[in-house]
Design a protein around this ligand. Structure first.
Ligand code: OAD
Length: 228
């Protein structure tokens, strides 16, 4: 089986009702000052606000369902070895049935022990900086700006021997995730599905499919099947 690796960003979940981060209308960072709710400095200096923001996000995402793009990716497992590397903190890829999902920026449905990065718990109720689970103070399991991205090395290894790479719905603004495409073998194709694709001069051979995730995935499948 050929190995196909999807790199997904907020855009893939837009049609599931989750706003992207940088959209001018309803973008998450339009409504919340990023430096106050999503930075390492913020969780140190004003943790209450960061925890409140994460509680709100988790509650907002709770009713969202995967859309047909998430499902089409999961269905490709019948014919390909499929990996998903996502910047998203929602669990819509898992809900759609994808087996190999690597989260670069954490998961909003989990909290982790403040004193042990690897000790995760399900995040089923709102938390505050005082919340303890099994004797551990906990924090949202999300990567804030200014924090390490521990899964980046695993992600780069997954991409090194990808036969096909497909990027969906990201603005290529946030590093190190935005640099991952450079690990794909230069002879192998990279597709980029986005209705408003970013300018990517570093990847001159990238094949842009200018469409929403759900429409673009239909096109991609035709291409994979040799119909286009
Ligand atoms: P952005 O909000 O920066 O970009 C979203 C992308 O999705 C844009 O390129 C849009 O054009 C595209 N888009 C919008 N609607 C779409 C649709 N229906 N189908 C496909 N694409 C669509 O989101 P990300 O690039 O994912 O990190 O942001 C990266 C990181 O920045 C996030 O993981 C988050 C944020 O700050 C952290 O919180 C650490």
């Amino acid at each position: 089986m050929k190995k196909i690796v999807f790199l997904t960003g907020a855009g893939i979940s837009a049609e599931s009702g989750i706003p992207t981060f940088r959209s001018a209308v309803n973008g998450i960072w339009e409504n919340y000052p990023v430096e106050k709710v999503a930075t390492h400095k913020a969780i140190v200096n004003n943790p209450d606000l960061v925890y409140k923001f994460c509680n709100e996000l988790r509650n907002k995402y709770a009713g969202c369902l995967p859309n047909s793009a998430h499902k089409m990716i999961a269905d490709l497992e019948k014919d390909y070895e499929v990996y998903v590397i996502t910047q998203n903190i929602d669990n819509l890829h898992e809900q759609a049935g994808s087996s190999n999902v690597l989260h670069l920026h954490g998961e909003i449905n989990k909290v982790r022990a403040v004193d042990d990065y690897n000790l995760l718990f399900d995040y089923t109720e709102d938390i505050t900086p005082d919340t303890e689970i099994r004797g551990h103070k906990v924090r949202p399991h999300v990567v804030l700006f200014g924090e390490n991205v521990p899964n980046i090395e695993i992600a780069s290894k997954i991409l090194c021997d990808a036969d096909i790479c497909v990027v969906i719905g990201t603005s290529f603004n946030v590093y190190p995730a935005a640099g991952l495409v450079s690990y794909v073998d230069i002879d192998n194709p990279i597709y980029y599905i986005d209705p408003d694709p970013a300018y990517t001069p570093d990847y001159p051979d990238i094949k842009v499919i200018k469409a929403t995730a759900t429409e673009g995935m239909k096109e991609l499948i035709k291409i994979l099947n040799g119909e286009q």
